[in-house]
Design a protein. Structure first.
Length: 196
């Protein structure tokens, strides 16, 4: 060990002895371990107490609009189900009608628990891939469906963005997370809303 390493080690030990370390369980400050005076050559600062934050759950089914699961008729389905079909098929008109009937864009169902936003994204990617390898007639059909899926995605994102702003204003972090997961964008211009 060189003299320089020895000096650095000594300074580090001296610094660590002077730290006020918080006791996380009892939330009280410990006294410095050594009564030595602080050496101005060492830059020291107090370590803040950790802030314990509960994990934010992104989505609660009980928070969804109950109209989304009500049947519209024997062969018509539910608004949430119709929105899923619209997302998969790229049908923007059906998506708008489903939202108007009470579909919740945060709704997730099935084994994979995908949202309509996720379904529309996957469907658009799938149809774009098929459009690149198909015959002309099939290519046009797949390209049209992919464009329809993109229109549904844009529509869902615009609704999610509006709902995200409402959730921030209401102080609902669970909704902020769930709307973020269905296409809303967190941008710096939303920061003033969170600070009110």
């Amino acid at each position: 060990m060189t003299k320089e390493d020895e000096v650095q080690s000594k300074q580090l030990i001296q610094y660590l002895e002077q730290l006020n370390c918080p006791d996380v369980e009892k939330r009280e400050q410990r006294r410095p371990m050594s009564p030595k005076t602080i050496d101005p050559a060492i830059d020291v600062c107090d370590i803040p107490l950790p802030v314990l934050v509960d994990q934010i759950k992104s989505h609660d089914v009980r928070d969804e609009d109950p109209k989304g699961d009500k049947s519209l008729g024997l062969f018509i389905g539910t608004p949430n189900g119709n929105l899923r079909v619209a997302a998969k098929d790229g049908n923007a008109d059906l998506a708008k009608a489903s939202i108007g009937q009470g579909a919740d864009i945060r709704h997730r169902e099935g084994n994979d628990k995908r949202s309509c936003y996720d379904i529309a994204n996957l469907s658009a990617q799938d149809h774009l891939r098929k459009a690149n390898i198909s015959q002309r007639e099939e290519r046009d059909r797949h390209a049209r469906i992919a464009q329809g899926c993109q229109n549904v995605i844009n529509y869902l994102q615009s609704i999610a963005q509006k709902k995200l702003i409402e959730a921030i204003q209401e102080g609902r972090p669970d909704r902020v997370v769930s709307y973020r997961l269905v296409g809303a964008q967190l941008t710096s211009d939303l920061l003033p809303l969170a600070c009110r």
